[in-house]
Design a protein around this ligand. Structure first.
Ligand code: NAD
Length: 294
């Protein structure tokens, strides 16, 4: 993997300042990781409470680093200062890379990406943290599709080493090089993958969630399935994983996968996740998914 990434870093621009759109589970994690590894990052959301959640999460993670003696209190303050929360595009004029991490909905993402593109300096790169949506499709909203690619982190960002860097049809080599190099600067292991719904990891993960949905329909108990998959050796079972990911994000991503691979991924029944979504049980983010978190 390192070899693959190495071949892509020749034309990389140095990322001195970044930005993330959306301060949710992923946006907050991306801001923390960038700041922790030394790159200042603007963190933009549309809601004050979203920003606060992102900052609280970063503080929590940094306190743990202080407890583990990996950081002193000064280091913690310096890292937090590198995260610049905002509700506007005011300071976006000098950012080198923007990572979009808003809701998994192509219409919303296209609108946000097009709006952001207009705020950036010449040569700045836009990347999307989408889990499943085609990068080539998202790029149709942009004037400079060559300066756009996927930068797909995994949850929780501070612990998961892999980042998928996704090359859309028009993405330039320079864009890939810069995003690969920024991922490395963040201490991650980037892999460059071609564009398709779900990229690489989620093409494996979503059939797994589909199998889980079928087991539940056949009468399986989700807690038992979780315990069994843990005994099998996975760090967590599918129900708990769904709660961590967010049931809303999972349902949106499943719809993109079903549209992209209708013969393989279509579920012609209402899944437990669909029912929870309609009841606004989104998992850990609102304390109620398969499990309760109070
Ligand atoms: P989330 O629901 O936790 O957060 C989304 C945030 O985006 C919210 O704070 C919301 O206020 C904000 N937002 C909405 N519209 C906005 C706009 N126009 N401008 C700025 N902010 C806006 O979602 P999440 O789980 O962080 O997912 C974000 C993206 O990351 C999705 O595309 C998702 O598929 C992808 N992703 C999620 C996971 C995961 O495990 N949750 C993993 C990898 C990738």
């Amino acid at each position: 993997i390192k070899k693959i990434a190495k071949g892509h870093t020749k034309q990389a621009a140095d990322v001195k300042k970044a930005a993330v759109l959306g301060a949710g589970i992923m946006g907050g994690g991306i801001a923390y990781q960038s700041a922790y590894k030394g790159t200042p990052i603007m963190m933009k959301d549309i809601a004050e409470e979203g920003i606060q959640l992102g900052l609280d999460e970063a503080s929590k993670l940094l306190s743990k680093q202080v407890d583990r003696k990996k950081l002193d209190v000064r280091g913690m303050a310096d890292t937090l200062n590198r995260i610049r929360p905002t509700l506007s595009y005011g300071d976006f004029g000098d950012v080198d890379v923007v990572v979009e991490a808003v809701v998994e909905n192509p219409k919303v993402k296209k609108a946000v990406l097009a709006e952001t593109e207009g705020q950036l300096k010449e040569g700045a790169i836009l990347a999307s943290n989408t889990s499943t949506i085609s990068i080539t499709d998202l790029a149709t909203a942009l004037k400079k599709p060559e300066q756009f690619c996927g930068m797909h982190f995994f949850n929780p960002v501070h612990r998961m080493p892999l980042v998928e860097v996704i090359r859309g049809e028009k993405t330039s080599d320079e864009t890939i090089a810069t995003v690969v190099s920024y991922a490395q600067k963040m201490g991650k292991t980037p892999i460059v993958v071609n564009d398709c719904p779900g990229f690489l990891v989620n093409r494996i993960l979503f059939p797994y969630f589909g199998g889980f949905a079928m087991l539940l329909r056949d009468g399986a108990d989700f807690e038992n399935v979780d315990k069994i998959m843990e005994k099998f050796g996975w760090p967590m079972g599918p129900a708990y994983l769904m709660d961590v990911v967010g049931i809303d994000t999972g349902v949106h991503a499943q719809a993109v996968m079903a549209e992209g691979f209708p013969d393989r991924m279509k579920q012609d029944f209402k899944t437990a996740m669909d029912v929870m979504y309609s009841e606004e049980r989104y998992g850990q983010k609102n304390d109620h998914g398969f499990y309760r978190y109070e």
